[in-house]
Structure formats: structure tokens, C-alpha cells
Ligand binder design. Sequence first.
Ligand SMILES: Cc1cc2nc3c(=O)[nH]c(=O)nc-3n(C[C@H](O)[C@H](O)[C@H](O)COP(=O)(O)OP(=O)(O)OC[C@H]3O[C@@H](n4cnc5c(N)ncnc54)[C@H](O)[C@@H]3O)c2cc1C
Length: 400
Amino acid sequence: MDKHFDAVIVGAGPAGTAAAIGLAQQGRSVAIVERSEFPRRKVCGEFTSAINVDLLDQLGVGAEFRAQAGPEVRRVALFAAGDAVEAPMPKGQGTAFGRALGRDILDGLLLDAARAGGVTVFQPWRATKIVAGVERSSVTIELATEQLQLKAPVIVAAHGSWEPGKLPTNLTKINRPHDFLGFKAHFIGGRLPRDLMPLIAFPGGYGGMVWADHDRLSLSFCIRRDALVAARRASSDGSAAEATFNHILRYCPGVAEALRGAELAGPWLAAGPIRPGIRRAYADDIFRVGNVAGESHPIIAEGIAMALQSGWILAAQLGQFDTWDSTARAAAGRAYASVWRNQFATRIRLASVLSGLATSTNGAKLMHLVISRFPVSLSTGARLSGKTKTLPKFTACIVK
Ligand SMILES: Cc1cc2nc3c(=O)[nH]c(=O)nc-3n(C[C@H](O)[C@H](O)[C@H](O)COP(=O)(O)OP(=O)(O)OC[C@H]3O[C@@H](n4cnc5c(N)ncnc54)[C@H](O)[C@@H]3O)c2cc1C
């Protein structure tokens, strides 16, 4: 059966829902397809910098974010071998400090806001095929034995970058020693100061800790595949997550102290390999947002921001056109790609350099030395990573 829309979006993470809400606010008919049932947990540190709260307001979830997110993060720190070093977190414009909200909550709030804004939600349906066409393209979606064709001139890939799949926008599978795998868990009852977000650096990997909603302490980290193999050899515990966790506890006294007496809340999650890099924001007549368009090493905790902002930027660029024929789509694609690079390329490159430093023993020592002599370099790093970079102002056309 065929269903017709102005735009079909694949994936209801922060990138997909931001694009969906932005387009629905212009009066477009929008469908979003999400394969998982919500609420679902996700490998993610869950920190969102303060600069995004204005955008969360425009997306209709700002009040809930303020009501539910964990405490304000006013200080950053480095937890590596040796003593911890701390520095102030730079403030976002207008709003206070960044905070963390579990992805099981945030993604649900955003999808509810999309639904309330008139977006048609197909969940838990999986997109299995995209066929581009001149007037409109077609997305095949499947649920058990059922199949539907969603047709629209605008197709947006917002399905993230970590899962394999058959869509033309899925990344090809990789298996290299230097790939990074991601892990995450929540703890209850840790001793981490409530306003502190440490960056964790350990041989072969990096991570972060932050207080999220409901007194949950979020711990997430990435480790190189080859370092994970070594960590598993050195650990008596079976799972990859636990072996890496033990490796971190052995190496970083700050993490061991922060988690003294804490209890694991729920199972460890694993994902990856992650796919840092800058990709094409518009190609083959498919728009890409969030991790599909480009991804930073999560060492700078900017993935949610980049997802929300890229979805919103795309909606604004498409909003410059009343109707979406192929010429309008190509023009919107060019404009979107250009704003995307200006907004995100620097932080992706910075994150790549930081990740190289943090994961090598000498690099981590150097980082520790520089930061302990000049703690302000932590604040500068946070600023360069985009934590205070505002979105350009857009005026979108209203089709209603
Ligand atoms: C260890 C770690 C820690 C991190 N910590 C932070 C942090 O503290 N702060 C931060 O900002 N970022 C962090 N990130 C990054 C952040 O999690 C991602 O950048 C962000 O989730 C990307 O959002 P997205 O909307 O592009 O994709 P996703 O959040 O991955 O959403 C994609 C959605 O698409 C759905 N989907 C996939 N395929 C299909 C299909 N075929 N059909 C239908 N639906 C589909 C998926 O189910 C999913 O819901 C971290 C990442 C890692 C690995």
C-alpha cells in the first residue's frame, strides 16, 4: 500500500525528530519511521550543552528537559592516571549550564512532541529500502510480514551510523583494530560531585561521567578494538563492557573513587564501532542528518547537539522553498551542506585530535601535564568543541 507525504524521515533519534518537528511546523506532512519501541536506552553519555536549550524550547520539549534533566554541569575535569584536574565549564548563551537527560526519556519526549505536532509516526517499523525518484522517492518499511511504501519528494536519513543495514545511506561494515567500540551503564549512589563532568582518559580509550535524571550516574566510554582484546585478556570478567570497566578502574583512581559504593542500575549496553568523520550531507537526493551526516568522537559529548541542530538546520533550509521539486531539493541540499560544515566541522576535527591524545599513554600524560599547569585549557577545549556556538538565525517559509 502507498502512503504520500511531503517528507519521510528514517530514524527517530534527536536528529530525525528535530527535522520532523521543524518541517511539521512549516505545515508539511511528515512521516517518521522508527524501528525500536520506546522507551529504549542507548549508548550515550546523555550530556547536552546549555546552548541547545533554546532549540529544545523551539522543539516543544524545553520545559520537560528543565524539569527532568540532572544537575547543571558547572565544572569539567580530567580523570586519568594520577590526580584529577578540574576547570570551570563555559556558560552557554542566555541559559545556564548543560545537563544530562537519559536517552530513554529525551528521545521519547521529542517523538511525543513530533506526534503532537502532526507528524505521522510508524513505530516499530523498519525502513528496508529507499528508491530515489525525480518527483518523489519511495521508502519501503516493514513490520513482521507487513510492508508499506511511503512516498515523498524529500527523504531524510536519520538512522544513526552504528548499525549495519541495506539502505543506501547505511555505512559499510568495518572491522579494523583501531575502530572504537562504545559502552554505557547507569549507576545509583556514586560519589561524583553533582556539578562535575570528568573526561576519562585511559590506555586505548576515553569516556565520561555525569549525573543524569532520577539520580542516575551515567558512565560511558569508547575503547579501541585492539585495546579491548588486551583488556579482556587481563580481566577475569566475561563481558567486553566489564573488562573495559575493570581496565578503567585499574588505571583511573578518580573513577574508582567516584563509583565507590555505587550500584549498577540495569545492564551494560554496547554499540559500534562508532564512525567518526565528516560525510556527505546531501547525496543521491537523500538528505542526511545527525550521525549519518557526520560524527565526532564522543570525547567532546556533542553528538546530541549535532543531531538536534543538523535536523533543525535541514528543516530551515528546506523551509526556504515552497515546493520541493528536484531543483529546489538540490539547492536546499547545497545550502544545508554549507551551513552544516560551518557549524560542525571544527569540532569533529578537534574531537579527533583529542581522542588521539587521550588514548595514547604519552598523549594522556601530556594532556594531564598541560591541563594541570593550565586548567583553563579544559574550559577552552569545551568552548572549541562547540559548547557555546549558537545556531544561525533562520526564517523558514510557512506553507500552512
Ligand atoms: C560512548 C558514547 C558516549 C556518548 N556520549 C554523548 C554525550 O554525552 N553527549 C552527546 O551529545 N552525545 C554523545 N554521544 C553521541 C550520541 O549518542 C550520538 O551522536 C547521537 O545519538 C546521534 O543521534 P542521531 O539522531 O543521529 O542517531 P541515533 O540517536 O542513533 O538515532 C537513530 C535512530 O534510528 C533508528 N533506526 C536505525 N535504523 C533504522 C531503520 N532502518 N528504520 C527505522 N529506524 C531506524 C534507531 O533505532 C535510532 O532510534 C555518545 C556516543 C557514544 C558512543
